[in-house]
Design a protein around this ligand. Structure first.
Ligand SMILES: [Fe+2]
Ligand SMILES: [Fe+2]
Length: 197
C-alpha cells in the first residue's frame, strides 16, 4: 500500500507531522477513529467522484478538536466574538463549528471545502455538498461502527450517498428525541432539506 500524502495546497504540514500533532490533542481511541474515517472518506470520495485528498484530510481532521477542554471552548466563544448561543451546547457541537479555529491555527489548514466539511460533520447543513456528506457518513460507517443504523448506512453508501446521509440523520434525530436531548436546530433543518432533494 502506498503511503497517503497530502499536497502542500491542502496542508502545509506533512501527513506524518499532522499525525504527530493529533497525538497531542487526542487519546489513542479517538486518534484511531480519525485514521479510520480518513480511509473510509477516501474510499467514498473515489466512489462518488469527489476529490480524494480533500475528503481524506477532512476525514483525518474531523475530530481534531473533540478533546479540547470545555473551558478553552468557552473562552474562545467569549473572546472571539462567536455567537453566545453556542454556549448552550457542548463539545459534541463545538468540535466541528468551533473546532476548525484550532485546526486553522495549529495545523495551518485553510482550504475552505475541507474546513466546511469539518464544520458540518457535527450538525449537518441544509446545503451539504457531496464532500460534506462524505465526511458526515464516513464518521458514522467507519469499520468499527456496528449498530443496525450504522450497518444500514454502510450498505446504502455502497451506491447512494444521499440515502446514507438520510439514514444517519434519521438515526441521530431519533436517538436525540428518544433520550430527550436537545436537537441543534440546523440538524432538523438539514433533515427537512435533504428529504426534499
Ligand atoms: Fe465528530
Ligand atoms: Fe468522529
Amino acid at each position: 500500500m502506498t503511503e497517503i500524502a497530502y499536497p502542500q495546497t491542502l496542508s502545509p504540514l506533512s501527513r506524518a507531522e499532522i499525525l504527530e500533532k493529533m497525538h497531542h490533542r487526542l487519546d489513542d481511541e479517538r486518534f484511531n477513529h480519525c485514521v479510520r474515517v480518513e480511509t473510509t472518506a477516501r474510499v467514498l470520495a473515489g466512489r462518488f467522484g469527489v476529490d480524494i485528498d480533500r475528503a481524506g484530510l477532512a476525514g483525518l481532521l474531523h475530530d481534531y478538536a473533540k478533546q479540547i477542554s470545555v473551558k478553552d471552548y468557552q473562552n474562545l466563544i467569549q473572546t472571539q466574538g462567536l455567537d453566545p448561543e453556542l454556549l448552550n451546547y457542548g463539545r459534541g457541537i463545538w468540535h466541528g463549528l468551533v473546532g476548525v479555529w484550532f485546526i486553522q491555527r495549529e495545523l495551518g489548514v485553510s482550504d475552505p471545502e475541507v474546513l466546511q466539511a469539518i464544520v458540518r460533520h457535527t450538525t449537518g447543513d441544509p446545503a451539504m455538498t457531496a464532500l460534506d456528506q462524505i465526511i458526515f457518513v464516513a464518521d458514522f460507517i467507519e469499520p468499527a461502527r456496528d449498530l443496525p443504523g450504522e450497518i444500514a448506512a454502510r450498505e446504502a453508501a455502497e451506491h447512494d450517498l444521499l440515502e446514507a446521509t438520510l439514514i444517519e440523520l434519521t438515526n441521530t434525530l431519533t436517538y436525540l428525541i428518544d433520550n430527550r436531548k436537545v436537537v441543534y436546530p440546523k440538524t432538523l433543518a438539514t433533515y427537512n432539506a435533504l428529504i426534499k432533494r
